[in-house]
Design a protein around this ligand. Structure first.
Ligand code: NAI
Ligand code: MG
Length: 399
């Protein structure tokens, strides 16, 4: 396989820490790649007034594949106050560079696998018959539409008159909100397009077929949110019938799914949802397999851009520790998703097997796996550091 070029985006806080360890693991696995570092995050906001500089966009455009750590976002007033004095009052406004990336490259498909590792002390357990304890192994992959829904940013408080008049033309609005003073109205629109909904559904079915999942579950609320959730459910039925008759199509409401999640999480395979409910479902399932230290993700556009990243943020309070303590597995798993995407199936499996074997042995565990509070002392209390966890995984690559 030819040498790859990957854009490495460390970002802020623990993003940079876990990315460095993931690159060590990739190198040790024999993955032949050159990493070109891209600037992103808080430092660039402060120094340049832009947390996602154009040069970074250009790098991603050119090389198409990025491994991303995490960034720090802060509220507008704090962002303004931390801007370099020479840039103050020049009209710069902060916006999240990860949301910016999604929008710029139209990374509309987000994939979040939640698979439990045997022996992970953070695995979900439940009480079975006769007071037994059951530990169902979960293997769920959530497909979250990543650009639309309530995250589209089409919102108003005190909507302008043309918007207000349009709303008044809807009988339900007139009836239920017609007497509310317009200045007291806050409205966020939930937008689904047919094209993007088709894309996320097709991606979900395609994945189920490719990786042998038996079912695709649409997790929305079509009985209440009839237009948008209804569109997704209707299209899902068409796609299943026409192209994937061998895959079972299920329909759950997001609220009920949150309940069933702890009752029978092992019964789900691929789950597909809009942006908001996909975000909720993926955090919910991630909690059953170990939480943020284990939750990985990938985002894809229709024209070949792919960004792989852990779901967690920059956890700034852990960033300055002399010995880093955070769990690098979510980042390393994200790197495995990249390998899989690149067709490096063998390397991907070798790393996943190494992670599984470190977890199952249970000798090396980061603080989260030991259920400790994150403090520098966790190291002297027996928790592995970020680097030690990566070392343990690297040591297993050879087996
Ligand atoms: P966070 O995910 O950074 O941290 C929340 C808590 O989760 C941490 O305090 C820690 O206890 C735990 N945690 C996170 N990653 C972990 C790991 N690898 N190993 C062990 N424990 C881990 O979320 P928070 O504190 O809400 O946000 C911090 C900053 O990150 C904010 O500025 C936020 O805007 C940003 N953020 C960025 C994201 C991204 O870059 N994609 C996503 C989420 C938040
Ligand atoms: Mg989230």
């Amino acid at each position: 396989m030819a040498r790859r070029t990957i854009v490495a985006l460390p970002g802020d806080g623990i993003g940079a820490i876990v990315l460095e360890q993931a690159l060590r693991v990739l190198n040790a696995s024999g993955f032949d790649a050159e990493y070109i570092y891209g600037d992103i995050g808080w430092e660039f906001w402060r120094r340049e007034g832009n947390p996602l500089p154009d040069r970074t966009i250009e790098l991603i455009k050119k090389y198409k594949i990025a491994l991303f750590g995490a960034i720090t976002s802060k509220p507008n007033d704090e962002a303004k106050a931390e801007l370099d004095p020479s840039l103050q009052d020049k009209g710069f406004t902060y916006s999240s560079p990860i949301v910016g990336l999604r929008q710029y490259f139209d990374l509309d498909i987000c994939v979040r696998p939640c698979k439990s590792y045997k022996g992970n002390p953070l695995n979900f357990i439940r009480r079975g018959r006769g007071n037994t304890i059951e530990e169902p192994l979960i293997d769920v992959v959530i497909f979250r539409q990543n650009t639309e829904c309530l995250y589209s940013g089409v919102e108003w408080t005190n909507p302008p008159d043309n918007v207000y008049q349009a709303l008044l033309s809807h009988p339900k609005f007139r009836e239920n909100f017609g007497k509310v003073p317009v200045g007291e109205l806050s409205i966020s629109t939930r937008i689904f397009t047919r094209k993007a909904t088709m894309r996320i559904l097709e991606a979900a079915f395609d994945y189920a077929k490719k990786y042998g999942y038996k079912s695709v579950t649409v997790c929305e609320k079509p009985n209440v949110v009839r237009e948008t959730s209804g569109l997704m459910w209707k299209l899902a039925k068409e796609i299943q019938k026409n192209s994937y008759p061998e895959i079972r199509l299920l329909n759950t409401n997001i609220d009920a799914q949150m309940m069933w999640m702890t009752k029978n999480p092992e019964d789900y395979g691929v789950i597909v949802a809009g942006n908001m409910f996909g975000d909720i479902a993926s955090d919910g399932f991630a909690g059953l397999i170990g939480g943020l230290g284990f939750a990985c993700s990938a985002q894809f556009s229709s024209d070949g851009i792919a960004v792989f990243e852990p779901t967690h943020g920059s956890a700034p309070k852990y960033a300055g520790y002399e010995v880093p303590i955070v769990n690098p597995i979510a980042m390393i798993e994200s790197a495995c998703m990249m390998l899989d995407y690149l067709g490096e199936k063998k390397l991907c499996n070798v790393i996943r097997k190494a992670i599984a074997s470190v977890i199952e042995e249970g000798r090396v565990r980061t603080y989260d796996m030991m259920k400790m509070q994150g403090k520098p002392e966790v190291i002297k209390n027996g928790a592995a550091s970020t680097v030690e966890m990566a070392d343990a995984i690297i040591a297993k690559l050879k087996n």
